[in-house]
Design a protein around this ligand. Structure first.
Ligand code: ZN
Ligand code: ZN
Length: 175
């Protein structure tokens, strides 16, 4: 067998000649191979369960990845583990496609030789990045006055309440 080569090669599954029934794959690719940005710097693992039948191929995919992101509060770069999953049905006959939600079905030629998971896997990883990125749940963030990282240090601003821009507002809210 020729070694896989080039972009996305390792997330292609050869299905020509594959017997009907259930098949499992455990794939690992460098993030750059599926065109993820440099902040994704850990290997991406993809577990695939594939069911081939006369009319269709169903894949169920579980993904784990990790990336480095700046914390929304303290701006320190931290590692965020990511996991995602999806399923996709590859039907040979267009008429079978209507049975499934459009985003979960693809029509492929009956004689398709490989199924390429690359784009779906990349997209699912990007969608799995949380909207709010915190280095930890209780990150104390940066001091709004002096910019000190309050996770690692304290500053005098907190005692010196005259420096707090919201002080007036806080008083108002208390009354
Ligand atoms: Zn933080
Ligand atoms: Zn401060």
């Amino acid at each position: 067998m020729k070694p896989d080569q080039g972009y996305g090669a390792h997330l292609k599954i050869r299905v020509s000649g594959l017997s009907a029934g259930s098949h499992e794959y455990s794939l690992t690719v460098p993030p750059s191979e599926i065109l993820l940005e440099d902040n994704f710097n850990s290997p991406v693992t993809v577990e695939v369960r594939l069911e081939k039948s006369a009319r269709q191929i169903v894949v169920r995919v579980k993904i784990s990845a990790a990336g480095e992101f700046p914390c929304d509060r303290c701006l320190n770069v931290f590692r965020q583990g990511l996991s995602a999953g999806y399923s996709m049905v590859y039907v040979f006959d267009e008429l079978d496609a209507v049975t499934y939600p459009p985003e979960e079905v693809r029509v492929v030629h009956r004689d398709v030789s490989t199924i390429d998971l690359t784009d779906d896997v990349r997209e699912m990883i990007l969608l799995s990045v949380p909207l709010k990125l915190l280095c930890r749940e209780d990150c104390r963030g940066l001091c709004v006055s002096c910019g000190a990282d309050l996770n690692t240090t304290t500053c005098d601003c907190r005692q010196d309440t005259t420096n707090r821009p919201w002080q007036g507002l806080e008083k108002l809210l208390k009354h």
